[in-house]
Write a protein that binds this ligand. Structure first.
Ligand code: DNO
Length: 392
Protein backbone atom coordinates (compact mmCIF):
# COMPACT_ATOMS: atom_id res chain seq x y z
CA UNK A 1 0.00 0.00 0.00
CA UNK A 2 1.31 3.44 -0.89
CA UNK A 3 1.79 6.06 1.77
CA UNK A 4 1.86 9.85 1.61
CA UNK A 5 5.20 11.61 1.88
CA UNK A 6 5.63 13.12 5.36
CA UNK A 7 6.88 16.69 5.13
CA UNK A 8 7.41 19.67 7.41
CA UNK A 9 7.42 23.38 6.78
CA UNK A 10 10.69 25.14 7.49
CA UNK A 11 11.18 28.90 7.30
CA UNK A 12 14.88 28.65 6.54
CA UNK A 13 18.05 29.07 8.59
CA UNK A 14 16.35 31.46 11.06
CA UNK A 15 13.55 29.05 11.92
CA UNK A 16 13.73 28.16 15.64
CA UNK A 17 12.87 24.58 14.60
CA UNK A 18 16.04 22.99 13.20
CA UNK A 19 16.49 20.54 10.36
CA UNK A 20 17.61 17.98 12.91
CA UNK A 21 14.32 18.51 14.80
CA UNK A 22 12.49 17.89 11.53
CA UNK A 23 14.26 14.60 10.96
CA UNK A 24 13.51 13.51 14.47
CA UNK A 25 9.85 14.29 13.88
CA UNK A 26 9.95 11.61 11.19
CA UNK A 27 9.52 13.82 8.15
CA UNK A 28 11.61 13.05 5.08
CA UNK A 29 10.71 16.06 3.01
CA UNK A 30 10.97 19.76 3.68
CA UNK A 31 8.56 22.45 2.56
CA UNK A 32 10.32 25.76 2.30
CA UNK A 33 10.83 28.95 0.32
CA UNK A 34 13.57 31.44 -0.41
CA UNK A 35 12.02 34.04 1.85
CA UNK A 36 15.01 36.36 1.44
CA UNK A 37 14.20 36.94 -2.24
CA UNK A 38 11.74 39.79 -2.80
CA UNK A 39 8.30 39.12 -4.27
CA UNK A 40 8.46 39.42 -8.03
CA UNK A 41 12.22 38.73 -8.27
CA UNK A 42 13.79 35.65 -9.89
CA UNK A 43 14.86 32.60 -7.88
CA UNK A 44 18.21 31.79 -9.42
CA UNK A 45 19.53 28.26 -9.88
CA UNK A 46 22.39 29.11 -7.57
CA UNK A 47 20.09 30.14 -4.70
CA UNK A 48 17.87 27.10 -5.22
CA UNK A 49 20.83 24.73 -5.18
CA UNK A 50 22.26 26.35 -2.06
CA UNK A 51 19.04 25.59 -0.21
CA UNK A 52 18.89 22.07 -1.63
CA UNK A 53 22.38 21.39 -0.42
CA UNK A 54 21.61 22.62 3.08
CA UNK A 55 18.69 20.21 3.25
CA UNK A 56 20.65 17.32 1.75
CA UNK A 57 23.36 17.76 4.38
CA UNK A 58 20.66 17.21 7.00
CA UNK A 59 19.42 14.07 5.21
CA UNK A 60 16.30 15.76 3.90
CA UNK A 61 14.98 16.70 0.48
CA UNK A 62 13.24 19.83 -0.75
CA UNK A 63 9.84 18.38 -1.59
CA UNK A 64 7.68 21.45 -2.01
CA UNK A 65 8.06 25.19 -2.48
CA UNK A 66 5.72 27.09 -0.20
CA UNK A 67 5.39 29.65 -1.56
CA UNK A 68 6.61 31.13 -4.79
CA UNK A 69 4.66 34.34 -4.10
CA UNK A 70 2.46 35.95 -6.71
CA UNK A 71 3.14 39.67 -6.36
CA UNK A 72 0.44 42.22 -5.66
CA UNK A 73 1.32 43.73 -9.04
CA UNK A 74 0.27 40.47 -10.74
CA UNK A 75 -2.86 40.15 -8.61
CA UNK A 76 -3.96 43.69 -9.46
CA UNK A 77 -2.42 43.76 -12.97
CA UNK A 78 -0.66 47.02 -12.32
CA UNK A 79 2.90 48.36 -12.41
CA UNK A 80 5.57 45.80 -13.21
CA UNK A 81 3.18 42.88 -13.45
CA UNK A 82 4.36 41.72 -16.88
CA UNK A 83 7.96 41.71 -15.69
CA UNK A 84 6.94 39.80 -12.57
CA UNK A 85 5.19 37.22 -14.74
CA UNK A 86 8.36 36.77 -16.75
CA UNK A 87 10.33 36.37 -13.52
CA UNK A 88 7.77 33.87 -12.27
CA UNK A 89 8.23 31.79 -15.41
CA UNK A 90 12.00 31.90 -15.02
CA UNK A 91 11.75 30.80 -11.39
CA UNK A 92 9.54 27.86 -12.44
CA UNK A 93 12.11 26.84 -15.05
CA UNK A 94 14.92 27.07 -12.53
CA UNK A 95 13.04 25.04 -9.92
CA UNK A 96 12.19 22.40 -12.52
CA UNK A 97 15.82 22.23 -13.64
CA UNK A 98 16.86 21.61 -10.03
CA UNK A 99 14.21 18.90 -9.56
CA UNK A 100 11.92 20.82 -7.17
CA UNK A 101 8.61 19.96 -8.75
CA UNK A 102 5.73 21.12 -6.55
CA UNK A 103 5.16 24.83 -6.15
CA UNK A 104 2.56 26.46 -3.93
CA UNK A 105 1.05 29.90 -4.34
CA UNK A 106 -2.06 31.73 -3.24
CA UNK A 107 -4.22 34.40 -4.78
CA UNK A 108 -5.40 36.20 -1.64
CA UNK A 109 -5.29 39.97 -2.08
CA UNK A 110 -3.07 42.00 0.31
CA UNK A 111 -3.07 39.57 3.23
CA UNK A 112 -2.04 35.93 3.39
CA UNK A 113 -3.69 33.86 6.13
CA UNK A 114 -5.41 35.84 8.88
CA UNK A 115 -6.07 35.21 12.57
CA UNK A 116 -7.13 37.56 15.34
CA UNK A 117 -5.78 35.65 18.36
CA UNK A 118 -2.52 33.70 18.38
CA UNK A 119 -2.76 32.41 21.95
CA UNK A 120 -6.28 31.18 22.47
CA UNK A 121 -6.20 29.10 25.65
CA UNK A 122 -7.34 25.50 25.37
CA UNK A 123 -8.80 23.56 28.30
CA UNK A 124 -5.70 21.31 28.38
CA UNK A 125 -3.30 24.25 28.87
CA UNK A 126 -2.04 24.50 25.30
CA UNK A 127 -2.89 27.48 23.10
CA UNK A 128 -4.39 27.64 19.61
CA UNK A 129 -4.83 30.16 16.81
CA UNK A 130 -8.27 31.69 16.49
CA UNK A 131 -10.28 33.82 14.09
CA UNK A 132 -12.98 35.91 15.77
CA UNK A 133 -15.38 37.85 13.56
CA UNK A 134 -16.04 40.57 16.15
CA UNK A 135 -12.31 41.18 16.58
CA UNK A 136 -11.75 41.50 12.85
CA UNK A 137 -14.75 43.83 12.51
CA UNK A 138 -13.51 45.91 15.47
CA UNK A 139 -10.14 46.27 13.76
CA UNK A 140 -11.82 47.20 10.48
CA UNK A 141 -14.35 49.67 11.91
CA UNK A 142 -12.50 51.29 14.80
CA UNK A 143 -8.76 50.84 14.32
CA UNK A 144 -8.30 50.92 10.57
CA UNK A 145 -11.52 52.91 10.09
CA UNK A 146 -11.75 51.70 6.53
CA UNK A 147 -14.05 53.96 4.50
CA UNK A 148 -17.30 52.17 3.73
CA UNK A 149 -16.54 49.28 6.10
CA UNK A 150 -19.83 49.59 7.99
CA UNK A 151 -21.78 48.46 4.92
CA UNK A 152 -19.98 45.10 4.98
CA UNK A 153 -21.45 44.11 8.36
CA UNK A 154 -24.93 43.43 9.68
CA UNK A 155 -26.25 45.50 12.55
CA UNK A 156 -25.66 42.60 14.88
CA UNK A 157 -22.06 42.22 13.73
CA UNK A 158 -21.47 45.93 14.17
CA UNK A 159 -22.80 45.87 17.69
CA UNK A 160 -20.62 42.86 18.56
CA UNK A 161 -17.62 44.71 17.15
CA UNK A 162 -18.49 47.81 19.19
CA UNK A 163 -18.69 45.68 22.30
CA UNK A 164 -15.36 43.97 21.53
CA UNK A 165 -13.68 47.32 21.00
CA UNK A 166 -15.14 48.91 24.14
CA UNK A 167 -13.98 45.98 26.24
CA UNK A 168 -10.49 45.71 24.73
CA UNK A 169 -7.36 47.08 26.35
CA UNK A 170 -4.88 49.12 24.31
CA UNK A 171 -2.57 46.11 24.45
CA UNK A 172 -5.25 43.87 22.91
CA UNK A 173 -5.85 46.44 20.19
CA UNK A 174 -2.19 46.69 19.44
CA UNK A 175 -1.74 42.94 19.29
CA UNK A 176 -4.80 42.55 17.07
CA UNK A 177 -3.44 45.16 14.69
CA UNK A 178 -0.05 43.48 14.55
CA UNK A 179 -1.60 40.08 13.89
CA UNK A 180 -3.50 41.42 10.91
CA UNK A 181 -1.18 43.92 9.24
CA UNK A 182 2.30 42.69 10.13
CA UNK A 183 1.64 39.32 8.48
CA UNK A 184 1.73 35.84 10.01
CA UNK A 185 4.68 33.57 9.23
CA UNK A 186 4.91 32.90 5.51
CA UNK A 187 3.17 36.12 4.53
CA UNK A 188 5.71 37.88 2.40
CA UNK A 189 4.48 41.41 3.10
CA UNK A 190 3.92 43.44 6.26
CA UNK A 191 2.39 46.91 6.40
CA UNK A 192 1.92 49.95 8.58
CA UNK A 193 -1.69 50.94 9.11
CA UNK A 194 -1.48 53.64 6.42
CA UNK A 195 0.26 51.32 3.95
CA UNK A 196 -2.35 48.70 4.69
CA UNK A 197 -5.22 51.03 3.79
CA UNK A 198 -3.35 52.06 0.64
CA UNK A 199 -2.95 48.39 -0.31
CA UNK A 200 -6.68 47.79 0.25
CA UNK A 201 -7.42 50.80 -1.93
CA UNK A 202 -5.67 49.19 -4.90
CA UNK A 203 -8.61 46.72 -4.93
CA UNK A 204 -11.28 49.44 -5.04
CA UNK A 205 -12.15 48.53 -8.63
CA UNK A 206 -11.44 44.80 -8.33
CA UNK A 207 -14.43 42.68 -7.41
CA UNK A 208 -14.47 38.87 -7.23
CA UNK A 209 -15.22 38.50 -10.91
CA UNK A 210 -12.27 40.63 -11.91
CA UNK A 211 -9.91 39.01 -9.41
CA UNK A 212 -10.91 35.61 -10.80
CA UNK A 213 -10.09 36.89 -14.27
CA UNK A 214 -6.67 38.01 -13.03
CA UNK A 215 -6.09 34.57 -11.53
CA UNK A 216 -7.02 32.91 -14.82
CA UNK A 217 -4.78 35.35 -16.71
CA UNK A 218 -1.94 34.44 -14.35
CA UNK A 219 -2.52 30.74 -14.99
CA UNK A 220 -2.64 31.23 -18.74
CA UNK A 221 0.70 33.02 -18.53
CA UNK A 222 2.52 30.47 -16.38
CA UNK A 223 0.95 27.01 -16.80
CA UNK A 224 2.54 26.27 -20.20
CA UNK A 225 5.95 27.08 -18.68
CA UNK A 226 5.19 24.88 -15.68
CA UNK A 227 4.28 22.01 -18.01
CA UNK A 228 7.46 22.41 -20.01
CA UNK A 229 9.56 22.65 -16.84
CA UNK A 230 7.96 19.50 -15.41
CA UNK A 231 6.62 21.26 -12.33
CA UNK A 232 3.17 21.39 -10.78
CA UNK A 233 1.66 24.60 -9.49
CA UNK A 234 -0.71 24.21 -6.57
CA UNK A 235 -3.02 26.93 -5.37
CA UNK A 236 -3.52 27.29 -1.64
CA UNK A 237 -7.12 28.09 -0.70
CA UNK A 238 -8.14 31.34 0.96
CA UNK A 239 -7.75 31.37 4.72
CA UNK A 240 -10.32 32.15 6.00
CA UNK A 241 -12.37 31.07 2.96
CA UNK A 242 -14.63 34.10 2.80
CA UNK A 243 -14.17 37.82 1.99
CA UNK A 244 -12.57 39.95 4.69
CA UNK A 245 -11.86 43.70 4.93
CA UNK A 246 -13.82 44.32 1.75
CA UNK A 247 -11.41 42.19 -0.30
CA UNK A 248 -12.66 39.62 -2.80
CA UNK A 249 -11.83 35.91 -2.41
CA UNK A 250 -11.82 33.46 -5.31
CA UNK A 251 -10.32 30.19 -4.00
CA UNK A 252 -12.73 29.19 -1.25
CA UNK A 253 -15.25 26.68 -2.60
CA UNK A 254 -15.76 23.75 -4.98
CA UNK A 255 -17.21 26.15 -7.58
CA UNK A 256 -14.09 28.33 -7.34
CA UNK A 257 -11.88 25.31 -7.94
CA UNK A 258 -13.97 24.17 -10.86
CA UNK A 259 -13.54 27.56 -12.55
CA UNK A 260 -9.77 27.35 -12.08
CA UNK A 261 -9.44 23.86 -13.52
CA UNK A 262 -11.86 24.39 -16.38
CA UNK A 263 -10.00 27.48 -17.54
CA UNK A 264 -6.59 25.77 -17.64
CA UNK A 265 -7.16 22.06 -17.97
CA UNK A 266 -3.58 20.95 -17.47
CA UNK A 267 -2.09 18.48 -14.99
CA UNK A 268 0.32 21.27 -14.02
CA UNK A 269 -2.66 23.27 -12.69
CA UNK A 270 -3.27 21.77 -9.27
CA UNK A 271 -4.29 22.39 -5.71
CA UNK A 272 -2.78 22.32 -2.26
CA UNK A 273 -5.59 20.61 -0.38
CA UNK A 274 -5.67 22.48 2.94
CA UNK A 275 -8.27 20.90 5.22
CA UNK A 276 -7.97 23.71 7.76
CA UNK A 277 -8.71 26.45 5.25
CA UNK A 278 -11.61 24.76 3.45
CA UNK A 279 -12.92 23.42 6.77
CA UNK A 280 -13.65 26.86 8.20
CA UNK A 281 -16.73 26.99 5.94
CA UNK A 282 -19.67 24.79 6.93
CA UNK A 283 -20.80 24.44 3.29
CA UNK A 284 -17.51 22.81 2.23
CA UNK A 285 -17.78 19.02 2.47
CA UNK A 286 -14.14 18.05 2.79
CA UNK A 287 -14.12 14.33 1.91
CA UNK A 288 -16.33 15.19 -1.08
CA UNK A 289 -13.90 17.93 -2.15
CA UNK A 290 -11.02 15.45 -2.06
CA UNK A 291 -12.92 12.98 -4.19
CA UNK A 292 -14.09 15.64 -6.62
CA UNK A 293 -10.63 17.11 -7.23
CA UNK A 294 -8.52 14.06 -6.37
CA UNK A 295 -6.28 14.07 -9.42
CA UNK A 296 -5.53 17.78 -8.97
CA UNK A 297 -4.17 17.35 -5.44
CA UNK A 298 -0.37 17.52 -5.42
CA UNK A 299 0.21 18.77 -1.88
CA UNK A 300 -1.74 18.31 1.35
CA UNK A 301 -2.06 20.41 4.52
CA UNK A 302 -3.84 18.57 7.31
CA UNK A 303 -5.33 20.51 10.19
CA UNK A 304 -8.69 20.78 11.88
CA UNK A 305 -10.90 23.68 12.91
CA UNK A 306 -13.81 24.08 15.31
CA UNK A 307 -16.43 26.58 14.20
CA UNK A 308 -19.16 28.28 16.18
CA UNK A 309 -22.51 29.72 15.12
CA UNK A 310 -21.09 33.25 14.77
CA UNK A 311 -18.55 32.30 12.12
CA UNK A 312 -15.62 32.23 14.54
CA UNK A 313 -13.26 29.30 14.49
CA UNK A 314 -10.17 28.08 16.26
CA UNK A 315 -7.61 25.47 15.32
CA UNK A 316 -8.56 22.23 17.04
CA UNK A 317 -6.39 19.14 17.57
CA UNK A 318 -5.64 17.49 14.24
CA UNK A 319 -8.03 14.61 14.83
CA UNK A 320 -10.69 16.66 16.64
CA UNK A 321 -12.76 19.59 15.34
CA UNK A 322 -15.46 19.73 12.69
CA UNK A 323 -13.59 17.94 9.92
CA UNK A 324 -13.82 14.17 9.85
CA UNK A 325 -10.10 13.57 9.45
CA UNK A 326 -10.62 9.83 9.13
CA UNK A 327 -12.83 10.35 6.07
CA UNK A 328 -10.44 12.93 4.60
CA UNK A 329 -7.40 10.70 5.07
CA UNK A 330 -9.27 7.75 3.59
CA UNK A 331 -10.19 9.75 0.47
CA UNK A 332 -6.62 11.00 0.10
CA UNK A 333 -5.16 7.53 0.49
CA UNK A 334 -7.54 6.19 -2.14
CA UNK A 335 -6.07 8.70 -4.57
CA UNK A 336 -2.53 7.92 -3.43
CA UNK A 337 -3.00 4.28 -4.41
CA UNK A 338 -3.32 5.37 -8.08
CA UNK A 339 -0.17 7.48 -8.03
CA UNK A 340 3.42 6.65 -8.86
CA UNK A 341 4.79 9.37 -6.58
CA UNK A 342 3.98 9.88 -2.92
CA UNK A 343 1.86 13.02 -2.46
CA UNK A 344 3.61 15.33 0.03
CA UNK A 345 1.57 15.93 3.19
CA UNK A 346 2.43 18.13 6.12
CA UNK A 347 0.83 18.66 9.51
CA UNK A 348 -0.44 22.19 9.14
CA UNK A 349 -0.02 24.28 12.28
CA UNK A 350 -0.09 22.88 15.77
CA UNK A 351 -0.90 24.07 19.23
CA UNK A 352 1.68 25.70 21.40
CA UNK A 353 2.17 23.01 24.02
CA UNK A 354 4.68 21.61 26.54
CA UNK A 355 8.04 23.24 25.90
CA UNK A 356 6.64 25.30 23.00
CA UNK A 357 4.95 27.46 25.65
CA UNK A 358 8.33 28.58 26.98
CA UNK A 359 10.01 29.21 23.66
CA UNK A 360 9.91 31.71 20.91
CA UNK A 361 7.91 30.07 18.13
CA UNK A 362 6.42 31.07 14.80
CA UNK A 363 2.66 31.22 15.39
CA UNK A 364 1.15 27.90 14.30
CA UNK A 365 4.57 26.46 13.53
CA UNK A 366 5.82 25.29 16.93
CA UNK A 367 7.80 22.04 17.05
CA UNK A 368 5.87 20.00 19.58
CA UNK A 369 2.36 20.95 18.50
CA UNK A 370 3.16 19.90 14.95
CA UNK A 371 5.02 16.82 16.14
CA UNK A 372 1.82 15.72 17.86
CA UNK A 373 -0.16 16.46 14.70
CA UNK A 374 2.20 14.52 12.45
CA UNK A 375 2.32 11.57 14.84
CA UNK A 376 -1.46 11.38 14.99
CA UNK A 377 -1.84 11.67 11.23
CA UNK A 378 0.82 9.04 10.60
CA UNK A 379 -0.99 6.66 12.94
CA UNK A 380 -4.30 7.37 11.26
CA UNK A 381 -2.72 6.68 7.87
CA UNK A 382 -1.22 3.38 8.96
CA UNK A 383 -4.49 2.32 10.58
CA UNK A 384 -6.43 2.99 7.39
CA UNK A 385 -3.89 1.27 5.16
CA UNK A 386 -3.69 -1.82 7.37
CA UNK A 387 -7.43 -2.11 7.99
CA UNK A 388 -8.16 -3.20 4.43
CA UNK A 389 -10.87 -0.54 4.20
CA UNK A 390 -9.47 0.86 0.93
CA UNK A 391 -10.18 -2.38 -0.87
CA UNK A 392 -13.97 -1.74 -0.82
C1 DNO B 1 -0.32 29.33 6.51
C2 DNO B 1 -0.07 28.85 5.16
C3 DNO B 1 -0.14 29.94 4.11
C4 DNO B 1 0.28 29.38 2.77
C5 DNO B 1 0.21 30.37 1.63
C6 DNO B 1 0.47 29.67 0.32
O1 DNO B 1 -0.08 28.66 7.45
O2 DNO B 1 -0.90 27.81 4.86
O3 DNO B 1 0.71 30.99 4.47
O4 DNO B 1 1.62 28.98 2.85
O5 DNO B 1 -1.01 30.97 1.59
O6 DNO B 1 0.81 30.60 -0.64
Amino acid sequence: MKRLEQTWRWYGPNDPVSLSDIRQAGATGVVTALHHIANGAVWTIEEIQKRQQLLAEAGLRWSVVESLPVSEAIKTQTGDWQIHLEHYRQSLQHLGACGVRTITYNFMPVVDWTRTDLDYPQPDGSTALRFEQAALAAFDLYILQRPGAAADYSEEERSRAAHFFAESTSETRQRLTQNIIAGLPGAEAGYTLAQFQAALDTYAEIDAERLRQHLLDFLRAVIPTAEAAGVKLVVHPDDPPFPILGLPRVVSTAADLQAIFQAEDSPANGICFCSGSFGARPDNNLPALVTMFAERIHFIHLRNTRRDALGNFHEADHLAGDTDMFAVMQALLREQQHRQQAIPMRPDHGHKMLDDLHKQTNPGYSAIGRLRGLAELRGLELGILRSGILKD
